[in-house]
Design a protein around this ligand. Structure first.
Ligand code: ZN
Length: 245
């Protein structure tokens, strides 16, 4: 079955929704500095996860929302942002459109922490006002144990997890020779600093999370992340089914 919305014809959608599926996947990221990895890291990863999940479960994969709410890293060249309220409304409009076209469930695959609040608001609104089932999945939080298993510790912003994953999609999406320790800021919860004093954020004091640029390890990580998210989406859909939702 064709599952990428932008490649389908309207007739394909009419034949598939709601008779074959009622679930759409919507990857969401932002354009933001990522140390020695590309500005589109937060969009590439959920789009790649979505490809696997949609292909495996016969769901429809919508094209990603590349632009999101970039906050502390906005000062770095190329970072782009959208006002939080605009972003929430934009996501609500998309959810309304899915509902209009007979989708009953939308799984939002989020790749960027700055989007969390607005996505949660949009999901609650769509659920309460439209009766649309919405799950928002923050992949890096869901896969924290996978990161520990493959990289031996926590990930970070533009750390081993994100950098390894984008290099598994395409090794040219990160550049080892751009990396230096100067890029790293060891995050302090005691401080809010704008602009963020490093385009790589590390959230522990054990030295964990720095990118290692090993493409093979990245491929292993990507495979495990894709399976973990697939299992979770399958679980959510099954629970909704079991509970008649
Ligand atoms: Zn990121």
């Amino acid at each position: 079955m064709k599952y990428k919305l932008e490649r389908m014809l309207w007739q394909d959608v009419r034949e598939s929704v709601p008779s074959k599926t009622v679930t759409a996947l919507l990857p969401v990221g932002t354009i933001e500095a990522h140390g020695a990895a590309c500005l589109g890291t937060d969009g590439y990863i959920p789009a790649d996860i979505g490809d696997h999940v949609a292909g495996s479960l016969d769901l429809i994969l919508a094209p990603p929302v590349w632009y999101g709410v970039t906050k502390s890293l906005f000062g770095y060249p190329g970072s782009l942002t959208v006002t939080e309220q605009h972003f929430e409304e934009y996501i609500c409009d998309l959810l309304r459109s899915f509902k209009y076209h007979k989708f009953r469930r939308v799984i939002i695959l989020n790749g960027h922490g700055g989007n969390n609040g607005a996505l949660k608001n949009a999901a609650v609104r769509a659920y309460q006002e439209l009766g649309l089932n919405v799950a928002v999945i923050h992949w890096w939080l869901l896969c924290a144990e996978v990161t520990k298993e493959v990289y031996g510790g926590e990930g970070g912003h533009a750390g081993c997890d994100e950098t390894g994953y984008v290099m598994a999609i395409d090794p040219l999406l990160a550049e080892r020779n751009r990396y230096s320790e100067d890029l790293v800021y060891e995050h302090q919860t005691a401080a809010d600093v704008y602009p963020y004093p490093g385009s790589i954020g590390i959230y522990n004091d054990r030295g964990e999370g720095r990118p290692d640029f090993d493409v093979e390890k990245g491929k292993l990580y990507r495979g495990k992340v894709r399976e973990k998210v697939l299992d979770f989406v399958r679980y959510i859909l099954m629970q909704w089914d079991k509970n008649g939702l």
